[in-house]
Write a protein that binds this ligand. Sequence first.
Ligand SMILES: [Zn+2]
Length: 195
Amino acid sequence: MRILLAFLCFASAASAADLRYWVEPCTRPETKCAEQDPLMAEWAFQDWARASAGKLHLERASQRRQANIRVHWAAANQGLYGEAVPFFEDGLHGFEVYVLPDLSGMGRDISQAVRLDSLLRDSIVYLTCLHEIGHALGLAHTNQFADIMYSFQFGGDIPEYFGRYRRQIKTRADIETVTGTSSNDRTRLVSILSR
Ligand SMILES: [Zn+2]
């Protein structure tokens, strides 16, 4: 989970609290995306909108070039779960968000666990969407293990980080309503949007 920190221009766009997003359909087999992955991204946007206490209004764009936040499915790259990269294109500031659907290269603990538990796999894709979209909304990393904006650079038990969310859901549909954010994440988002 890495962020290229250059979101200052975009942060002012975020304070307008009215952003458009786009999610890549699962059409490129080389990413090994799953049919449900675009829904994971949709739910992550909804999670942040709920976390914003009404300050963030997100609208789905039908075309990528119209969106401030663009979620793409990434092929395996540098061992990253995801990445958020700022762009400025056609007068529009925003972030290209990349999320890795194929977790087979993310270490033995994770790759074995997701083979045995598809809901853990969906949880990780969901939480990665949430983390990277958090960056796109202007949130930097924290050192608090409870936060979705926690960085693994601070260490900690990565399987447990994902596992504690997984234990809260019984079906994939539960992801829509079980937040992946902490109270600290929500407070920080509201603070950014209130500037
Ligand atoms: Zn990050």
